[in-house]
Design a protein around this ligand. Structure first.
Ligand code: ZN
Length: 526
């Protein structure tokens, strides 16, 4: 499931204050004149919607003003794709080039502006946009929509706000106000800095709506390229250099509305990192990551996001503005290799990092695997290394505490991280901790440790690993804490063990619920 990307940075700047006079649209509705013809060179185009509450009409001149801004956005994305090595690539728009107009779908909402607030308002808007789309399917031509609302409130200084302004999957939201006009962009006065904020903000949210997560500039990019749009470039666009990173460009290159054909986008993929190795090279002062993957849909690029946990911000969407990312092409058909100079990192004293390795498929789908490493006292501490696992031929599930029929205990040993064992939850009462699965290896084997793949939805936190040679008497090998990441995690026994059975006894969950989910369990010897 794709996480919702929300820019909370902007909300604090809003306040409901003195109203600013808004002129209702009295100008000629150029979109509606019969001689306006919108065309595009491609099948898929960004849907642009102007959504108007019953008590907050469209703002005068919006078609011309917003068209100019959208065309500027199209140019910005195109120039940044070109700089990143992709020629003639930007998002499609239906437009009348002669008139300089972009097709904007005007939707009259059923409710007042109070029903479409910043927090949660997107849900109410999307309900009506979806209904409108069902009734007017020909007006839409892709999975991606930018939805613009007239500002619902203004602060005492005239700052607009009060409407959704963030990305939710392939939809994103921006706002309009009377002075939202390119003629102000680049000026350092009030209207100019306001223009940067809401234009850069729109371009940034559009990035989310076009599949982009947050990431910031490398240290070596800051002096010549400036600020990454998907970092804090929403506050710099128009005033100082603002750019798209190579990771952004790799994702966009496979985006539905960045391509001219009628191919099918965003289908499911079956892919995984099959081997990964990491190291720190002291000579080059770089983190090196390499590996191989398997996939049923071609992969064009591999991305490496390094996301530090700064000031206990945590991980995930909205905690990733400071992630620094690299991109590489595939080596051969299934391999990858990257060197990431430590000098390009901003946070490198003592920090927990997530390494998110993303496979970018040519159908636009991005598959992410998350690993953990650290900086400790300015030293890189990284040990992300695939173990040589014992063959699972002859293995079977011996017993289990409970299972969900759709997520059986056998999924734990099927060597597929996409399937998982889940404790029973569909029939009341749902099973409670502790949960366990025991595995019969079929014969006594020797292992120096074991690997566990945690659940993506209901990850386990603490567990015991027990082993046996007769399936009757079990001995505790140790108690462990799993990380809340989707990659396999390796644990060593104190000394190598001979065992015919093992038992994973899960004792607690990361989310505090009674549910347990694990995707994989295996043994290794090295
Ligand atoms: Zn954002």
């Amino acid at each position: 499931m794709k996480l919702t990307s929300i820019c909370i940075a902007l909300i604090c700047m809003f306040s409901i204050g003195a109203c600013k006079k808004i002129t209702a649209s009295a100008d000629v509705a150029a979109n509606n004149t019969t001689d306006t013809v919108y065309t595009s060179d491609r099948t898929y185009n960004l849907n642009v919607v102007y959504f108007v509450p019953t008590d907050n009409p469209e703002i005068a001149g919006y078609q011309k003003r917003l068209s100019e801004i959208l065309l500027r956005a199209q140019e910005f994305y195109e120039s940044e794709m070109l700089r990143n090595g992709y020629s003639d690539k930007t998002f499609g728009l239906l437009k009348d080039a002669d008139k300089g107009l972009v097709k904007i779908i005007l939707i009259k909402g059923n409710l007042g502006k109070a029903s479409y607030p910043y927090t949660g308002g997107s849900t109410a808007v999307m309900t009506e946009v979806t209904a409108y789309r069902s009734a007017h399917p020909d007006e839409f031509s892709s999975d991606h929509s930018l939805i613009i609302l007239p500002a619902a409130s203004y602060s005492s200084t005239g700052e607009p706000g009060g409407v959704p302004f963030y990305g939710t999957g392939k939809n994103c939201y921006a706002l309009d106000y009377a002075d939202f006009d390119l003629k102000y962009l680049g000026s350092s006065d009030t209207l100019g800095t306001r223009m940067t904020k809401w234009t850069g903000g729109m371009f940034h949210e559009l990035g989310h709506g076009l599949n982009l997560p947050h990431n910031c500039a490398k240290q070596s990019e800051r002096s010549n390229l400036g600020t990454a749009l998907m970092g804090s470039g929403n506050l710099t666009y128009g005033l100082s250099p603002t750019f798209l990173t190579s990771a952004d460009a790799a994702i966009l290159s496979n985006n539905q509305v960045f391509n001219t054909g009628a191919a099918t986008y965003y289908g499911s993929v079956t892919s995984a990192i099959s081997r990964i190795h990491s190291s720190y090279n002291a000579t080059t002062n770089a983190i090196i990551v390499s590996g191989r993957f398997t996939t049923n849909i071609p992969v064009t690029d591999i991305l490496y996001y390094n996301d530090p946990d700064v000031n206990g911000e945590g991980t995930g969407a909205n905690h990733d503005y400071n992630a620094v990312a690299w991109s590489t092409k595939v080596i051969g058909v299934d391999s990858f290799y990257v060197e990431m100079p430590v000098t390009d990192f901003q946070y490198k004293t003592t920090y927990d990092y997530q390494l998110k390795v993303k496979l970018v498929h040519n159908n636009g789908t991005v598959k992410e695997t998350v690993y953990n490493y650290q900086f400790v006292n300015s030293q890189v501490v990284i040990d992300i290394n695939t173990k040589d696992e014992l063959s699972r031929t002859g293995w079977s599930v011996d017993s289990y505490s409970s299972q969900q029929t759709s997520a059986p205990a056998t999924s734990l040993i099927d060597s597929n991280l996409s399937s998982s064992w889940h404790s029973q939850y569909s029939v009341a009462p749902a099973a409670v901790y502790p949960h366990y699965v025991t595995v019969n290896l079929g014969s006594v084997q020797t292992a120096s440790g074991f690997i566990i793949g945690n659940g993506a939805s209901r990850p386990v936190k603490t567990f015991d690993f027990l082993y046996s040679t007769d399936g009757v008497t079990y001995t505790l090998a140790g108690s462990y804490t799993l990380q809340k990441v989707t990659a396999k995690q390796a644990f060593y026994f104190t000394t190598p063990l001979n065992l015919k059975y093992f038992k994973i006894l899960a004792n607690s969950s990361w989310d505090g619920t009674q549910y347990a989910q694990l995707s994989d369990a295996g043994l290794f010897f090295d």
